[in-house]
Write a protein that binds this ligand. Structure first.
Ligand SMILES: Cc1cc2nc3c(=O)[nH]c(=O)nc-3n(C[C@H](O)[C@H](O)[C@H](O)COP(=O)(O)OP(=O)(O)OC[C@H]3O[C@@H](n4cnc5c(N)ncnc54)[C@H](O)[C@@H]3O)c2cc1C
Length: 505
């Protein structure tokens, strides 16, 4: 990447000599610099203060790393306990300067340096044996609201902030972000440069589209700011980079007034996959947004037609206690990955309509053990024009797999996402220009079950090679080189793990 403007000490990142002089003058109270946006570290007009030149025998000490550091050979696993990695060093930075020191100091923090947040992801994206695994969980402040140069209201937040925390903070202020998928623990930094899906109302349906600015640390430990306003091309590219070009430490995200949603639920049953697909498409076109849980082998679905209601930040009391019962029931089902060999009775909902705040549906999930049922899934993006074909061929594939192996996935999740112009999303998922995408994702309850793994690997071949699906390196497992290409210019060797290297092209 061409040099961008390094962030110069606007809100807390001082040069070492300035900081030392400030310490001498008692303007800041601690050696550890605080992150951007942290009020204590504001330089208080330091530029106008006359300071002594550095004395020659007082050369600056290297910035000490203040965060958690573990280099005794521990192993770290993802949420689903399906992948584990043994980095040479694992760090949890407590300041942006910590992140900069990690990126800069290759002898202490061996390459590749790869960022993670909550380590929820189902793929091998977090595998970094022998490198440096940098977890952003201690950089999780919500810095505040601001208005950007286009007049939009923006929430500024650190990369390790979990989505549920952000939703709650915004709800308390009558605001929301349009992406309101049920996952509360994903971190802002991960979803700002990674892949997501949500049947959102009045919005595209993937998180990064609403990110309007980023602060990141590059391979030299420099901090840069990128935004739609200062360098749109580089900014849009960076949002497709999965952390391979730098570590996100802060994001600006567009917010809007919070609104309530009405969901109308429908049971869809059909005798043929063609009829099934047509009924679902009809339901979708009659709503502001549409989501479905599908038992594909039984041609049975619960469709959720979502309609935008008026302003409102929390679920009205008239919807209680039903709403909370539904929320808790869904949370347990998602946690456990649905019900193995589900039958249609278990999916049936005892109501038809619900008015609620979608932010209230965002859940926290406990970290399961490797003997518990827990969610695992595969993610495929398709163009809406292929909907009938994808449903028919996936149905045929599932039935034939069931005949041979006595296995079917518990459920399929069906999301619809509006695609923006391709200049806004130049690479990867949703990058083919304005239109509608859908994702049709099989779900199971044990990531280590050999039959599920065989199903997922075989279905990859059908979905990616024959049905032209786009997979995600974060949310699709068992990918092989050629299944997706990440342009080399979106990466730097300092941040590129062997997992990602196989997809560069
Ligand atoms: C129970 C459950 C439910 C889910 N539901 C949904 C859903 O409804 N919709 C949906 O879209 N997804 C869903 N997901 C997937 C999840 O949202 C994504 O995998 C998300 O990326 C996880 O966030 P994380 O913080 O755990 O990322 P991690 O798994 O920790 O990291 C994933 C990758 O993100 C990148 N990354 C992380 N932090 C940074 C950073 N600071 N800078 C640059 N790159 C970074 C790296 O490439 C890293 O390998 C679900 C997952 C689970 C387990």
């Amino acid at each position: 990447m061409d040099p961008l403007n390094p962030i110069i000490d606007e809100r807390g990142g001082q040069s070492r000599s300035t900081r030392r002089n400030a310490l001498k003058l008692g303007l800041i109270s601690s050696v550890a610099s605080l992150p951007l946006g942290n009020a204590v570290a504001a330089p208080l007009g330091l530029s106008s203060i006359q300071t002594e030149p550095d004395s020659p025998n007082e050369s600056p000490a290297p910035f000490p790393f203040h965060g958690l550091l573990e280099n005794e050979g521990r192993s770290y696993s993802n949420w689903g306990q399906s992948h584990a990695t043994k980095p040479a060093v694992y760090v949890e930075p407590v300041s942006y300067e910590d992140v900069q020191e990690v990126a800069r100091n290759a002898s202490r923090f061996p390459s590749p340096v790869s960022p993670v947040g909550s380590m929820l992801s189902v793929s091998k994206t977090m595998i970094n044996d022998g490198g440096t695994l940098l977890c952003t969980k201690r950089l999780d402040e919500i810095i505040g609201l601001e208005i950007d140069s286009s007049g939009r209201q923006i929430v500024r937040v650190q990369a390790g902030c979990r989505l549920k925390k952000l939703h709650l903070w915004l709800q308390a202020r009558g605001l929301e972000i349009p992406f309101q998928a049920e996952i509360g623990e994903a971190t802002v930094g991960s979803v700002a440069v990674g892949d997501t899906k949500d049947s959102s109302i009045d919005a595209a349906g993937f998180f990064s589209v609403n990110v309007t600015s980023l602060v990141f640390v590059d391979q030299n430990g420099e901090r840069f700011s990128l935004s739609e306003a200062n360098d749109p091309i580089k900014f849009y590219e960076f949002k497709c980079s999965y952390g391979l070009k730098g570590i996100v430490v802060e994001c600006g995200i567009a917010v809007r007034q919070a609104t309530l949603t009405e969901s109308r639920f429908h049971v869809v049953t059909s005798r043929t996959p063609q009829e099934f697909a047509e009924t679902i498409l009809k339901l979708r076109s009659g709503a502001d947004a549409f989501f479905a849980n599908v038992l594909l082998d039984k041609l049975y679905a619960i469709g959720d037609q979502r309609f935008k209601l008026g302003p409102g930040a929390s679920t009205p009391s008239s919807s209680q206690p039903l709403f909370d019962r539904v929320r808790l029931d869904k949370r347990v089902k998602i946690q456990h990955g649905g019900i193995p060999r589900s039958n249609t009775e278990e999916l049936r909902l005892p109501f038809e309509k619900l008015i609620y705040s979608r932010a209230d549906f965002v859940n926290e999930y406990w970290r399961p053990t490797d003997t518990e049922n827990r969610l695992d899934f595969q993610f495929y993006e398709h163009d809406l024009t292929n909907f009938g074909m994808v449903l028919e061929q996936s149905y045929e594939f599932t039935k034939s797999f069931e005949d041979k192996h006595g296995f079917v996935p518990n459920l399929w999740a069906l999301y619809f996402v509006k695609r923006p112009e391709s200049k806004v999303k130049p690479y990867g998922l949703y990058s083919s220009g304005p239109g509608i995408s859908f994702s049709f994702d099989p779900i199971y309850s044990n990531p280590n079950d050999p039959k599920w793994q065989l199903f997922a690997q075989s279905y990859n071949r059908l979905a990616i090679k024959k049905l032209n699906a786009r997979p995600s390196p974060i949310q699709t497992q068992w990918l092989v080189p050629g299944d997706l290409v990440i342009p080399k210019q979106l990466s730097h060797p300092r941040f590129t793990t062997p997992y990602y290297a196989q997809f560069l092209g």
